[in-house]
Design a binder for this molecule. Structure first.
Ligand code: FMN
Length: 180
């Protein structure tokens, strides 16, 4: 599948088939995530892969997102901001942490899509509960909960695809050059 197809096919899904994802594929997804560009060349994020059914249930609870425990695995993306703080000022450090994680997560979602897998990026979560549940050290912040698996029903895809009229958001040469 080419990149555009993977991008076009990707949709947020919350329910998954009870079907394992090959370990090699899981590793390929992580490998893709860490190939994203990083501010200052600093890769301050790490991943926790969860397959344990009880833990997945708990993650589903603390993410306030039912059913994601149906995913064969959930990737938790965590960031150690102190690595950025050592190089950048406070404001840049915070921004770059978010941006680095976002790029890694997007690579993960797109690579998953290219394998015919569905995924979601869940960012509203209960940090402290998740930290306790997965024994995440204090210095890390959870940036995303990413359930990944084979899509249960195409009908479950919340098709929010591009409804944007591109001509309204693209400006040529200067801002509003394209306004009516
Ligand atoms: C930064 C970010 C945070 C998100 N957080 C949540 C979340 O907490 N819960 C959730 O259900 N979806 C979350 N999403 C998924 C969006 O709701 C979803 O991408 C959006 O509705 C567009 O749908 P699509 O992904 O199918 O195109 C998040 C997406 C992004 C990029």
């Amino acid at each position: 599948m080419d990149v555009y197809d993977a991008i076009t096919r990707r949709k947020t899904v919350y329910s998954f088939l009870d079907k394992e994802v090959n370990e090699e594929v899981v590793l390929k997804l992580i490998d893709s995530a860490i190939k994203s560009p990083t501010a200052g060349g600093i890769r301050e994020y790490e991943f926790i892969i969860v397959t344990n059914p009880d833990k997945k249930k708990e993650i589903s609870r603390v993410s306030l997102t039912p059913h994601i425990d149906s995913a064969p695995f959930i990737v938790i993306v965590i960031c150690d901001k102190s690595k950025m703080d050592a190089v950048f000022d406070e404001e840049d450090s915070e921004t770059f942490c978010v941006e680095n994680a976002a790029l890694a997560i997007e690579n993960l979602l797109l690579m998953a899509s290219s394998y015919g897998l569905g995924s979601a990026w869940i960012a509203t979560l209960q940090q402290e509960e998740l930290r306790k549940l997965l024994a995440i050290p204090e210095k890390y912040k959870v940036r995303g909960i990413i359930p990944i698996g084979y899509i249960k029903e195409e009908g479950e895809i919340r098709n929010s695809g591009p409804k944007v009229d591109i001509s309204r958001i693209v400006h040529i040469e200067k801002f509003n050059n394209n306004a009516n």
